[in-house]
Write a protein that binds this ligand. Sequence first.
Ligand code: CS2
Length: 476
Amino acid sequence: MLLSRATLAQLPGTVTRHGRAVDAIRTGIVHFGPGAFHRAHQAAYVDRLLDSDPRWGIAAVSLRSGGTTDALKAQDGLYTLAVIDRAPGMQIIAAHSDAIGPGEGARLRKLLASPEVRIATSTVTEKGYCLAGDGSLDFAHPDIVHDRARPAEPTSVIGWIVAGLGDRRAAGLPPFAMLCCDNMSGNGAKLRAACIALAREQDAGLADWIAGEVAFPDSMVDSITPASDAAFLAKVQAALGVEDRAAVQRESFTQWVLQRFDLPDGPDFASVGVTVTNDVRGYEQAKLRILNGAHSTLAYVGLARGHETVFEAMSDSALEAMVSRLVHEDIAASLKPIEGFDKAAYADAVLDRFRNPEIRHLLSQIAWDGSQKLPYRLLDTTREALDAGRGVARLAVPVAAWIAFVRRKAEAGEAITDPLADLLAAAATGADPVTAMLAVKPVFGARLASDARFGAAVREAFQHFAQGDVTPLLSR
Ligand code: CS2
């Protein structure tokens, strides 16, 4: 039997259920990309919001694969959120009022033009936005080529946002606010520029309207959400007494910092724990560079040292000490000061979250999409360190580790999960992998590709990975 409205009443008392009338919930938010992170993070905030304001039910939209939307449909939008540390517990989330899978474009189009829908949100990961290395829309991306040619049948999230906004403008409706919830610096501003650029190809009036009328607030999102593996789903089933194909797990820590934006009579996100502020950039930078930068370092160096999870990598004292120095010295030095924000305390708290034995967060999951992640997580820091005349020997270690990771995978004939997989595999298996990889412009840009100091530091670190003797690098 599946979790659903019909089976809700038979769940054991240990599982928390909301007490509100589900029938009253309306769809006010359209969300692109209902993966585990969205279901564990944004949806949990909205679930609380719905207790007092039923207007903000979420329609979950999957443009590519229908696994999650099928599960949500079969379960009346319900699923379990398991918090797996400090205050462990399971609660049923009922924030999704609708689910739209691939092939349901007509329904999506109608929903995006509904006056009740006032907000759209997205977690489609970095690569989902079809951006080029400089953060602008990549007009050579196959999905964007398609959407330019056939704007009425979009395939990319950018194409869908532009089509939805175009319909609203044509109908004389106000736009929806567009909230990007992915780990990119200046995420709202980048999404805004991409939407305007695509709209400009079709209709200059629409592009100007988007530029003038649509809010694209920046945001910082944070909660460690390991993938829902079979063991976890079995645990949920044992606790619930029914099957739940959309269950998610996360740590108890959760944070969402959202740039204040204008939406008359909009949702009171602050009332459910969202930090609504005028300046998100400092938070966003600290989170991306410290947490995600350390994560990617642990992933690539940790995998080279035979570790499987973040917890195991953090239990490797030499690696832990190097990551701690990287964060406290190299990364902290690059951060903009934020009033009332203690960088060192923040870094310590993040590293402490990584030492959580309850969380089995696979390094291989974090290692995905390195070409999309490294620029925000480590390379901006590196570029700024070079400009300021600071050393980059430690920052070169995760970069060399990534090159070694790609090389190992390519040589073993294993799939590399990365939109640039073929290009990277060819570069990393050539005679001079470091030069070839640093020449990948969408990742390193012209500045890092040609910086002799950086090149030498990466080359030197890479030798250690190539020879399988990484330990000397960890005393840096
Ligand atoms: C991780 C993130 O998978 C990854 O690349 O670094 O998903 C990380 O767990 C989250 O950003 C934490 O908020």
